[in-house]
Design a protein. Structure first.
Length: 306
């Protein structure tokens, strides 16, 4: 079988989207070729909102498993597709529902704030979900007399705790990509590009955040660069973000903190995978209704509070 060209693949994707009533949601860390064919690009919060608002019958989630699960939780009647089933999230895999239930039993009355980068089962054991875009606002609004357990990202949790001043119990999970970003990387880049603005993701360790001009979600980075007067920006997050920022501000030099800041599972989805997913309606995300209904509540609360 002769492989299709990218032009032919895109044409067939667009034809099937129309026939199926489908939309493609792509995270900012996806490959540029996938971002380019998406109906909606964004961070986890933006994609969650689009998943809840769209009238499309089929949602093709170009991201990782927890993103597709979130779309299914919000839209159970829709067909939700993940083009590559192996596209998981190492951070999400660091938390499990059984261990969270044990921790909750040890801290009766505590509220669980769950980063959206987690499984449906972990969300079902949580009181409210957060993303890096809204975590500060939501955690600050929780009752001051309640202990907060933050799951699963210790780095984002540490950042929120420092910003809000409220004590929290941190799950010891992390994003391997952001955990590997070091203060020395930032300092090296700043020496190469003196005067460049430094943008970091709050999944980075605090020592990295301390060297930044701004700590922002990927959606926050997009909003920031539209308004910034800076002509050079050092970007400390997953490499796929550079493509998105260049589309928004082609006049700005965006400097990745490291060419190795790559999430392998975020890069698994290619154009042929999207086409195959639409052709075969694979891989469909299914969540037991008992779990889905419980997981819906913290996500819905997050959207209402955002």
């Amino acid at each position: 079988m002769i492989p299709l060209s990218d032009t032919e693949t895109i044409a067939r994707i667009n034809k099937l989207k129309h026939e199926l009533g489908a939309v493609i949601l792509a995270h900012n860390y996806q490959l540029g070729e996938v971002q380019a064919i998406a109906d909606f690009n964004g961070d986890s919060l933006a994609l969650s909102i689009e998943a809840s608002k769209t009238d499309a019958k089929v949602l093709v989630c170009c991201g990782v498993v927890f993103m597709a699960e979130t779309a299914k939780i919000l839209s159970p009647a829709k067909t939700v597709l993940l083009p590559v089933l192996e596209a998981g999230c190492p951070m999400a895999d660091m938390a499990c529902a059984d261990e969270l239930r044990t921790l909750k039993a040890q801290r009766p009355g505590a509220l669980v704030a769950c980063y959206v980068n987690s499984s449906a089962e972990v969300k079902a054991e949580s009181d409210v979900c957060v993303t890096s875009a809204n975590a500060l606002k939501i955690v600050a609004a929780l009752p001051a007399d309640k202990e907060v357990i933050f799951v699963p990202d210790k780095n984002l949790g540490n950042y929120i705790q420092r910003q809000t001043g409220r004590p929290m119990t941190m799950w010891q999970g992390y994003c391997p990509v952001h955990q590997r970003i070091t203060p020395q990387m930032i300092l090296d880049r700043k020496r190469e590009f003196p005067g460049a603005e430094v943008l970091v993701h709050p999944e980075c360790p605090l020592a990295v955040i301390d060297l930044a001009d701004a700590a922002l979600s990927t959606g926050g980075m997009c909003d920031h660069v539209k308004k910034s007067a800076a002509k050079q920006m050092i970007v400390a997050t997953e490499l796929g973000m550079i493509h998105r920022l260049r589309q928004l501000r082609p006049d700005v030099l965006f400097i990745p903190v490291s060419e190795q800041a790559v999430c392998p599972t975020m890069k698994l989805i290619r154009l042929p995978d999207v086409l195959r997913s639409l052709e075969r309606l694979e891989h469909q995300i299914e969540i037991p209704e008992e779990v889905r209904a419980k997981a819906y509540k913290p996500i819905r609360l997050m959207l209402d509070m955002s």
